[in-house]
Design a protein. Structure first.
Length: 291
């Protein structure tokens, strides 16, 4: 699937909206602790771009540490990642995703993936088999997006380490995710895990992806998955758009507006029929190049 221009294409190649950027000069940094607490409590205040000091407070909260302003050191980042990969850490997935990618923005992709995998490698099979479907699983899953952003040489090394974890014993909730990352659709099918709109990020077959995007009772309009899956995915999104809720709408609208396909515009037009989304869709469409 083509994006509307080179800038948009570069965003999708990075994994939009599954990465984070730190921005300076945001007014929320004046009360960073308050805004970070709102985010930690589940408010979706930011998508890709986060105020720098808010992010510093937030990742420290996510690591169980005292929140404060100022750069997060590699040592602190390691402690936060250790917390996110504990079997008993219970945190919501979208918060874990943001914390992991914010750390990536702070210390770099390769360092983040190196530290993350080292914590999984230090866990016993008993810990990995704990069946806690929370932070330890979410961190493993989203580490696959970081894998896409490292150099080819580093990716080869990290992929081999994931495969070693997979081969160390029977699949568990953690190593299932690594298998889905390294083996794509085959790993997803072999895992025996339910195939849902939430686990298509490492697949490559558009028809397979579109089929499973239409999972009963799940409405997910992930623009990255649309970019991967092309027209079949967008056709599926046309069926889902009427049921899209406020949770998915912001990233869906921003991302779909960056896709060149007329079908993406049709999906946006369906979303615009919801009064609460009309203005947001109109603003996003204005940013598209004229044809």
């Amino acid at each position: 699937m083509n994006a509307i221009d080179g800038e948009a294409e570069a965003k999708f190649e990075r994994g939009f909206p599954h990465y984070r950027e730190l921005i300076d000069g945001h007014p929320h940094d004046a009360k960073a602790a308050d805004w970070a607490t709102r985010c930690f409590q589940g408010k979706r205040e930011y998508l890709v771009q986060w105020p720098r000091e808010v992010a510093h407070h937030f990742v420290r909260l996510m690591g169980g540490a005292n929140p404060k302003s100022g750069p997060v050191s590699a040592k602190e980042a390691d402690a936060i990642l250790e917390h996110l990969t504990k079997p008993k850490t219970i945190l919501r997935e979208f918060l874990v995703e943001s914390a992991l990618f914010l750390i990536e923005a702070m210390i770099g992709s390769e360092k983040t993936l190196e530290l993350t995998l080292s914590h999984y490698e230090s866990r016993s099979q008993k810990e990995l088999n704990d069946h806690n479907p929370h932070a330890i699983v979410f961190t493993a899953w989203w580490s696959g997006m970081i894998l896409k952003r490292v150099s080819p040489a580093a990716a080869k090394k990290f992929r081999a380490r994931m495969e070693k974890l997979i081969d160390a014993g029977p699949l568990n909730s953690v190593t299932e995710r690594f298998a889905m990352i390294t083996r794509g659709q085959k790993g997803l099918e072999a895992s025996g895990h339910k195939i849902t709109p939430f686990n298509l990020h490492y697949c490559s077959d558009p028809e397979f992806m579109a089929k499973h995007a239409l999972y009963k009772n799940y409405v997910v309009l992930d623009p990255y998955v649309a970019w991967l899956g092309g027209e079949p995915m967008l056709e599926a999104y046309l069926q889902l758009a009427k049921k899209c809720d406020k949770e998915w709408a912001p990233s869906a609208i921003e991302g779909l507006a960056m896709l060149a396909s007329p079908t993406a515009v049709r999906v946006l037009e369906v979303l615009a029929t919801k009064k609460v989304l009309t203005a947001r869709v109109e603003a996003a469409l204005k940013g598209r190049p004229s044809t």
